[in-house]
Structure formats: structure tokens, C-alpha cells
Design a protein around this ligand. Structure first.
Ligand code: PMP
Length: 398
């Protein structure tokens, strides 16, 4: 038996071996010429992944929450109005962060498994003047995917900054920061970017940088203040040594490797792989009679799936059985439904074989728990869905 389990939670994910090897390399100086080159390359590659040739990338030690905090700390001042568009747990977290910086927040919360109505957003932006709005591309608590483009366009129409929490989407879902006119897209390293936890990453638009430069008050967080970080990002990009806080050298070496893997695959192909695997996986689970939190395929994430436990199945017993079988899945996150659903991450270097392992282990575990499913039912639906796609592709390409 392999000495390790298959990690299929929505982050941290399974990392590529080359990325993990980078973590074990001898740590170099943060001002060594080869590290300066690595950092500079990461900044350039982030612009490609975010599709933001004009944006200002920022790489700091921290988690996705720090990236959320950094956007709020730099762009929002006391008494600014902020509209929080929430599709779950992480939407609400953004309200807490904005409140901490003294913003006057209004939160529009979608019912569980749904998105917020666009007309309601437009009405609100028309009626009140907002400095910024926040939205979560994929809320990891519900598996709901929001289409950021129309919301970003509304934000532009009403002269309001848009901040996208892309922690569970960047490098897995389609993103076009400049075309869509999004002011900040942020993430953490441990998800589809494919690097162990510990990096807060964001790209800010030119407009966001102008708004920050025109602040009337100083930034309320010393660590997050772009006054401290912008010169560092510029220096690394110009291949000059600099220092504010010691960068997590090995993580950044790993980031360069992962970004190059992403670049080699190409964002279009990568997004399609995520979409096709997610769709086939949902078909497999549906054949096993699982219901999903998102109300439709159109708003289902391609980076993770959130599904209810079947009636009569003890969720913790099911997850324990899977873990014993070598497959680690995540429980529910929404406090009100925590015990009724679970989540499977499928992002980054995920393959069809990983998902086959999950489905077959799920089938066996359900049967062992006395739940009536036929062995192979979920797998068959998964295979059929994938084959349908590959037949279509070969017709197109051949
Ligand atoms: N936003 C979303 C959508 C997330 O999924 C997460 C992490 N699960 C976060 C924010 C917070 O990121 P971190 O745990 O890295 O602080």
C-alpha cells in the first residue's frame, strides 16, 4: 500500500511532485540573484493567469484571508459604503473584515445554493453610492459559482470598485480580470494555484491603485499596507534586491514551478479540464442519488462539489470509511447544515482517475453502510459523461 492518502478536500489540494520538491530545496537568500529572478517571474506569470496585463500583482506570506484583508485595508476607509454579495460562509467573512475597517456594509445574502439576483444588485447600486462591492467567485461552503462579469460591469457602471474573492477559483475557473473590469482578484496558494498553504496572492487594477493612492487616511494595518509592499513588488519585477518582510522563499520557488505548469497547460485547457471533470463527477454522484447544494448545474463550481448525504446515511461514518479506504473528503462548513453535507475538492492537478477513486470508494462505503446503491453505478455515469465529451472532441479535432 502507498503510505499516503488521496487528499480530495477543497484545499489544501494534492500538489505536483516538482512543486513539493521545491519546498525541500536549500533555502536561499531573499536577495540572491536567482531568487530575485524567481520572484520577478512569479509576478509576470500571475498577470497571465489572472489575465490582467495591466494589473499590479502582490505576493505576501499569509493565507487567502490575508489577501481579503489586504484588499479591504487598502481600498476602504472608515464610513465608506461596501456592498457584500454573499453566497455562503466566505461572503459573510468579507462583511466581518469590512466592518473591522469601519466600513458601512450592506450584505445581500443568497438563499443557500443560489446566487443574488442581478436586478437587486443594480437597484441597490443605483439607490446608494458604494465605494466597493465584494463577491465570492466560488463559495467553498456551498459550491455555488457566481458569474463575476455582469456584477463587475454593474460596479463599473455605478463607479464602484469590485473585489473578487477568487480563493476557490483562480487557476481553476475562467477569469479575465482586465476584460471583466474587476479591481481586485485575490487567492491563497493552497487551492487551484497548486502550492502548499502560506501565500496570499492578489492582482489589483490601475483604478484600485489610484483609489488607494488618493486615500485620505492611512491604512489601518501595518502588515497589509501597500505602501510597504508596492516598492518590493516593483523592485522584484525590475530584478532589484529589496526588503520589507522576509518572503517565504521556498513557497515562492514552488509558486514559480506551479505557475509554469499552469502556463504550459494553458488557462483555456485548464479551465475546460476542470469544467469537464466537475460535470462528469456530478453525473456520477447524481447516479448514486446524491443531491447537491447548488440549485443548478449553471451555478455549480468546477473546483469543488458540495453534496447532501443520502437520507439515513451517517455522514461522519461515511467520511471515516472513505478515509480508512485512503480517500480524504471534507465535511460541511455552513454552521446550519454542517452535519447534512460534505465537500469534495477537484482542482489543480486533479485527474479523472482521482475522481474514479473517490466514486468507487464512495460506492463501496455506502454499500457497507447498508445504503442501496449498485456497485459501478456512479462510475458508469462518470465514464459515460467523460466519453461523450471525448467523442465530441475527437470529432472536432479529427
Ligand atoms: N475565501 C474562500 C472562497 C475560501 O475557500 C477560503 C478558504 N477555504 C478563504 C476565503 C480563506 O482562505 P484561507 O483559509 O487561506 O485564509
Amino acid at each position: 500500500m502507498k503510505g499516503r492518502k488521496l487528499l480530495m478536500i477543497p484545499g489544501p489540494i494534492e500538489f505536483e511532485p516538482e512543486v513539493l520538491h521545491a519546498m525541500g530545496r536549500a533555502t536561499t537568500s531573499h536577495v540572491a540573484p536567482d531568487f530575485i529572478e524567481t520572484f520577478g517571474t512569479c509576478i509576470e506569470l500571475m498577470r497571465e493567469v489572472w489575465r490582467s496585463p495591466l494589473g499590479q500583482p502582490c505576493i505576501v506570506a499569509g493565507t487567502g484571508t490575508l489577501a481579503m484583508d489586504m484588499a479591504a485595508a487598502n481600498l476602504v476607509e472608515k464610513d465608506d459604503r461596501v456592498l457584500v454579495i454573499s453566497t455562503g460562509y466566505f461572503g459573510k467573512r468579507y462583511k466581518d473584515i469590512m466592518d473591522r475597517y469601519g466600513a458601512k456594509t450592506t450584505i445581500f445574502e443568497a438563499p443557500i445554493g443560489e446566487t443574488v439576483d442581478l436586478d437587486a444588485i443594480e437597484n441597490e447600486l443605483k439607490t446608494n453610492t458604494y465605494k466597493a462591492l465584494t463577491l465570492t467567485h466560488v463559495d467553498t461552503s456551498t459550491g455555488v459559482r457566481v458569474d463575476p462579469e455582469p456584477i463587475a460591469k454593474l460596479a463599473q457602471k455605478y463607479n464602484c470598485l469590485s473585489i473578487l474573492d477568487g480563493v476557490c477559483s483562480v487557476a481553476g475557473e475562467e477569469i479575465n480580470q482586465d476584460d471583466w473590469g474587476i479591481d481586485v482578484i485575490l487567492t491563497g496558494s493552497q487551492k487551484a494555484i497548486g502550492v502548499p498553504p502560506g501565500l496570499a496572492l492578489l492582482v489589483a487594477s490601475e483604478k484600485a491603485m489610484q483609489v488607494w493612492e488618493n486615500r485620505k487616511t492611512s491604512v489601518g494595518s501595518y502588515y497589509s499596507d501597500w505602501n510597504n509592499w508596492l516598492p518590493i513588488m516593483k523592485a522584484y519585477e525590475e530584478r532589484r534586491p529589496s526588503y520589507f518582510g522576509t518572503p517565504p522563499v521556498n513557497l515562492i520557488v514552488a509558486l514559480e514551478i506551479s505557475l509554469k505548469i499552469i502556463q504550459k497547460e494553458g488557462m483555456e485547457t485548464r479551465v475546460r479540464r476542470h469544467r469537464e471533470l466537475a460535470r462528469a463527477f456530478r453525473a456520477g454522484l447524481a447516479a448514486l442519488k446524491f443531491d447537491f447544494l447548488p440549485k443548478s448545474n449553471e451555478i455549480s463550481a468546477n473546483t469543488l462539489t458540495a453534496a447532501y448525504y443520502p437520507e439515513g446515511v451517517d455522514g461522519s461514518a461515511l467520511l471515516a470509511k472513505l478515509s480508512k479506504d485512503g480517500v480524504i473528503l471534507a465535511g460541511g462548513l455552513l454552521p446550519e447544515l454542517k452535519k447534512s453535507y460534505f465537500r469534495i475538492g477537484h482542482m489543480g492537478s486533479v485527474s479523472s482517475n482521482d475522481l474514479i477513486a473517490v466514486l468507487s470508494s464512495l460506492e463501496r462505503s455506502l454499500i457497507e453502510l447498508g445504503h442501496p446503491v449498485k456497485p459501478g453505478e456512479g462510475l458508469q455515469a462518470f465514464q459515460k459523461d467523460l466519453l461523450k465529451l471525448s467523442v465530441t472532441h475527437s470529432k472536432i479535432t479529427g
